[in-house]
Design a protein around this ligand. Structure first.
Ligand code: GLU
Length: 293
């Protein structure tokens, strides 16, 4: 289902308050603002704060301060993902009921040890587009009875998508419309490269993939403008949209701003943090010039 053309375009900037905004975020926020203005659209702000261990109110406030300084304004209220966990749980439960999701009992450490032993024997373990080893198949094969017993016994577990089952329902024609800086047009989505992605974590509720997909639909987002680092994730988001019968936004993945070392900026690189550039005396016009918007 493609969003209706008569609708006002809806854009969103969706930072995670787990670190300071840097020049890459400035580019994203400014492009969202520019496109919303150019199309008579709306701009929403969403705090992706589902990871309670890393997200803090102070970091969220710092993001708001940076955005105001950059000259960005957004509709209120700001959607905070931690306020909407039942929405993600409802989506998860519908996938569990269709047996497209299974409880995953292996800890990170167990997976790591399994992969290390495999690789030490000279064998290749498949990795996802982010370079993370794909989840082993053990838990996917368990009977409903065993799953129930282990959960009833209090065993810690995440929930993962059964990628093969999901793909067989979604079909081979899964695409998205891309208007971004690398490829353009209809992009064939290949979510299988991710293996059985995690949709609900053992140590944090929900996952990036599930909550971003549910929120974009609930907020009526029609245009997603974000960095090229999230281009591969779009295949998973399109798959979830199809499984959950959600509308399909248009995607625009923009170029990344690289650091002096030629690598993608990270939140731990303080020198490109907007707050530190501001303290060095830069104006928001300087930031626009730096990122080329
Ligand atoms: N919260 C994500 C981030 O800060 C962005 C999510 C998105 O734009 O889809 O990297």
């Amino acid at each position: 289902m493609i969003a209706l053309p008569s609708q006002k375009p809806v854009f969103r900037f969706a930072p995670s308050p787990n670190g300071a905004l840097h020049l890459g975020h400035a580019l994203s926020a400014l492009l969202n603002k520019q496109r919303a203005e150019a199309t008579g659209g709306r701009l929403l702000l969403r705090m992706e704060d589902i990871d309670p261990a890393r997200c803090t109110p102070e970091l969220e406030q710092a993001i708001l301060d940076d955005l105001v300084w950059l000259g960005i304004s957004w509709e209120t209220p700001v959607r905070r993902q931690s306020d909407h966990l039942p929405d993600y749980r409802t989506a998860l439960d519908s996938l569990i009921a269709r047996r497209l999701v299974y409880p995953a009992f292996l800890s990170r450490g167990e997976v790591k040890a399994r992969v290390a032993a495999h690789e030490a024997a000279g064998k290749i373990w498949p990795r996802d587009p982010d370079g993370t080893p794909r989840y082993p198949g053990d838990d996917r094969m368990r009977s409903a009875g065993e799953q129930r017993d282990r959960i009833a016994g209090g065993e810690k577990h995440a929930f993962r998508l059964d990628m093969q089952a999901a793909m067989s329902i979604a079909g081979a024609d899964l695409c998205w419309q891309e208007t971004g800086d690398s490829q353009k047009g209809a992009i064939l989505a290949d979510p299988s490269a991710w293996g059985d992605v995690v949709l609900w974590r053992a140590d944090a509720p929900s996952s990036y993939h599930l909550s971003v997909t549910v929120d974009d639909a609930l907020q009526g987002v029609t245009h997603i403008v974000r960095g090229l680092d999230l281009f591969p994730s779009t295949a998973v988001h399109r798959l979830l949209q199809r499984l959950l019968h959600l509308p399909e936004p248009v995607y625009h993945h923009h170029r990344l701003i690289l650091g002096a070392d030629g690598r993608k900026l990270s939140k731990s690189q303080g020198d490109t943090a907007l707050a530190s550039l501001r303290q060095q005396g830069m104006s928001s016009a300087d930031i626009r010039r730096l990122v080329g918007v």
